[in-house]
Design a protein around this ligand. Structure first.
Ligand SMILES: [Zn+2]
Length: 440
């Protein structure tokens, strides 16, 4: 099993590769350079003034038609998925991919040239720990075209994929753990394939000027046209796995989880990467500072009680530990066995009632609204709670961090907040709370 103490890696030295780009048909040379810790993968357009770089991150995703395109402003880099798959699967966290065109060389349509390039450059450990995304709960994305991707908890990075062509021709299934060794042997050599019926429209859209039987397999009816014979009987599903690994690399973290994909494509892959990045952002926002500040940064119990009318046993906030701008607040409540509700909920098995967690959310949200309106003459009344979920039990001895974020407000009359209660970095409950303001 991999541990969270795994180190980040980069390439040992610069190595280069040249070839033809698939969509434009132009000559391109690519140089892979080492990069510092936490740099991530960045593409550099050497052919443009000022040599702009583009972060290989899902926020920069621009297009998913046939291939994955990223960009910033008017700068684009097309077909990044094969080089990203190779970098991620071969354990390279940090690198600069410098190119003198808007697309890497297509090579033979597989990730093999990039694996060779990475091996030529070497892979070396760096001094910082690698960042992971641990799948804690199942996530999924589904597209109208029939793609379904499910992400399940797993201690390693696994992909199980079912691919099927038009009329379910060439239905193939493969499941495997992705490591540098399995990727190099089983996945990297698998080439891009296209269905003949899809090729003509692509040519009309000017998308595959550099395409030929040397860098793609063409499937026409039951026939498979390619320069060299199939490298695997199930080469297509292997290439689908390659694309999944490459597209998910845009999430920016190594995944510990099991991807179960049915008829995947770049759009669905990218959508899962986006969901993952969003979940990561949410988790980062959740992990409250554990050094609890005093003074101006927050509000102590006395200050909380000046704002909230609640008193024992109904005051569910010990202290506000911070505000983030105008719209976010984090507070803390230490849950002790002396809470009166534990006596009856339940004798011999004390569990904090869910409604008390919602009460805590409402009180923290009220503190945020107070800061926003800066008046005590109007009071926010708790109107409704939507999407309330209780995910984990809260026990005596738990320190509960309560987060509230203003998501909508209508003048001085109405406000909506998204709230979470977090214990040990895990969300124990959440809900969307609505308030209306009335004069006292
Ligand atoms: Zn591909």
């Amino acid at each position: 099993m991999s541990t969270s103490l795994e180190l980040q890696h980069t390439v040992g030295k610069t190595a280069s590769l040249s070839g033809t780009s698939l969509h434009t048909g132009e000559k391109v040379s690519l140089r892979l350079h080492p990069a510092t810790v936490d740099h991530g993968i960045k593409f550099k357009r050497k052919d443009l003034p000022d040599e702009p770089t583009i972060d290989a991150r899902i926020d920069n995703l621009k297009m998913v038609e046939r291939a994955t395109t990223i960009g910033e402003g008017s700068i684009r880099v097309h077909t990044v998925e094969h080089v990203l798959a190779a970098l991620s699967a071969m354990d390279v966290d940090n690198a600069i991919v410098e190119m003198d065109a808007n697309e890497p060389p297509i090579g033979d349509g597989s990730a093999q040239p990039y694996v060779d390039l990475i091996k030529k450059a070497g892979v070396i450990a760096q001094e910082e720990a690698r960042k992971f995304f641990d799948v804690r709960e199942p996530m999924h994305v589904e597209s109208k075209t029939g793609a379904l991707l499910v992400l399940l908890p797993c201690e390693t990075f696994r992909v199980s994929c079912t691919q099927a062509g038009p009329n379910n021709r060439f239905a193939q299934f493969l499941s495997m753990e992705i490591t540098p060794a399995t990727f190099e042997r089983e996945i990297a050599p698998a080439r891009t394939f296209v269905y003949y019926e899809d090729v003509r429209p692509l040519m009309e859209k000017n998308l595959i000027k550099g395409g030929s039987l040397e860098n793609a397999i063409v499937v026409r009816g039951e026939a498979v046209l390619s320069k060299e014979p199939l490298r695997f009987a199930d080469e297509f599903v292997r290439h689908k796995i390659l694309d999944i690994v490459g597209d998910l690399a845009l999430a920016g973290r190594r995944i510990r989880g099991h991807v179960v994909a049915v008829k995947p494509g770049h759009a669905a892959n990218a959508e899962l990467a986006r969901a993952l990045a969003r979940e990561q952002t949410r988790r980062s926002a959740m992990s409250g500072s554990h050094a609890i500040p005093i003074g101006d940064a927050g509000l102590d119990t006395g200050e909380v009680m000046k704002i909230l009318p609640h008193r024992f046993p109904f005051l569910m906030v010990d202290r506000v530990i911070g505000f983030e701008g105008e719209y976010k607040i984090t507070a803390v409540k230490c849950v002790t066995i002396n809470e009166p509700f534990f006596q009856g909920h339940f004798p011999g098995h004390p569990v904090m009632p869910g409604v008390m967690q919602v009460e805590a959310m409402a009180q923290v949200a009220s503190l945020l609204l107070f800061k926003l309106t800066k008046t005590t003459s109007r009071i926010g009344y708790f109107m409704s709670a939507d999407g309330v979920k209780f995910r984990k039990p809260v026990f005596p001895g738990d320190t509960m961090f309560i987060h509230a974020e203003l998501t909508r407000s209508r003048g001085e009359r109405m406000a909506k907040t998204k709230c979470y209660c977090v214990v040990n970095d895990a969300v124990v409950s959440e809900g969307e709370l609505m308030f209306t303001f009335l004069d006292k």
